[in-house]
Design a protein around this ligand. Structure first.
Ligand code: 13P
Length: 251
């Protein structure tokens, strides 16, 4: 059985002090990670504070990006090796904001996925279509291409541990959630793509999240869908109260 995963993505918000305050506000009320895994993706400048303050809690830290080399002359980048040494289990890659504003390509995303696994961490690989692509009826094809390019060359074992986040760009930060049926359709398609490339066993183990205006009011319905294993949450992950409501969606 796939363990549900509620992952916050703080984007470029909060400082180390606010990070510690957040963790201290949520830590006693989080679900057991064997029932629902909870993750916060924080800016690199906050990761040390996040790792330290969450070390004896159910909350797991994630980086929002990393480079695809472990070390070298890459000014401004963050090393996956160092993230791993900091005991960070997850790294978000290929977020649509990184693809759009920082020109991250499918090839970069793929190299990052390989390097993250090499460093014994797990990528949360984001894919998703623009409104234009959805209106043209090309969503499944677009997402399929992003998935195939992103996971190219990964082993069966790696793909079974991978997390893919389906985030339609038109639903991010807009308050416009995809309907649970729209989200389920694409998440199911992603699983099918992996089944065809690898096997049913691999596809059944891999977790697929939905992201885009996930909030306490819609989490239960999304989580009720067969192929949606969790949420990647921006705005609603910033406040302890709403993050806790999301994490405890089952109560
Ligand atoms: P919102 O939840 O703010 O729409 O952001 C979604 C997102 O981009 C998470 O990665």
């Amino acid at each position: 059985m796939r363990i549900p995963l509620i992952a916050g993505n703080w984007k470029m918000n909060k400082n180390p002090e606010q990070t510690r305050e957040f963790v201290s506000a949520v830590k006693s009320k989080l679900p057991q990670s064997s029932k629902v895994e909870t993750v916060i993706g924080a800016p690199a400048v906050d990761l040390e504070a996040l790792v330290e303050s969450s070390s004896d809690t159910q909350l797991k830290p994630a980086a929002e990006n990393c480079y695809f080399e472990d070390a070298g002359a890459f000014t401004g980048e963050n090393s996956p090796k160092v993230l791993s040494e900091m005991h960070i289990p997850y790294v978000i890659i290929g977020h649509s904001e990184r693809r759009e504003y920082f020109h991250e390509t499918d090839e970069d995303v793929n190299k990052k996925a390989h390097q993250i696994f090499k460093n014994r961490m797990t990528p949360i690989l984001c894919v998703g279509e623009s409104l234009d692509i959805r209106e043209k009826g090309e969503t499944n094809k677009w997402v399929e291409d992003q998935v195939k390019a992103g996971i190219k060359g990964l082993t069966e074992d790696q793909v079974s541990r991978l997390v893919i986040a389906y985030e339609p760009i038109w639903a991010i930060g807009t308050g416009k959630t995809a309907t649970s049926e729209q989200a389920e359709e694409v998440c199911a398609h992603i699983r099918k793509v992996v089944e065809k490339l690898y096997s049913e066993g691999v596809a059944e183990k891999m977790r697929v999240l939905y992201g885009g205006s996930v909030k306490p009011e819609n989490i239960k319905e999304l989580m009720g869908k067969k192929n949606i294993d969790g949420g990647l949450v921006g705005g609603a992950s910033l406040e302890p109260e709403s993050f806790l409501q999301l994490a405890n969606y089952n109560d």
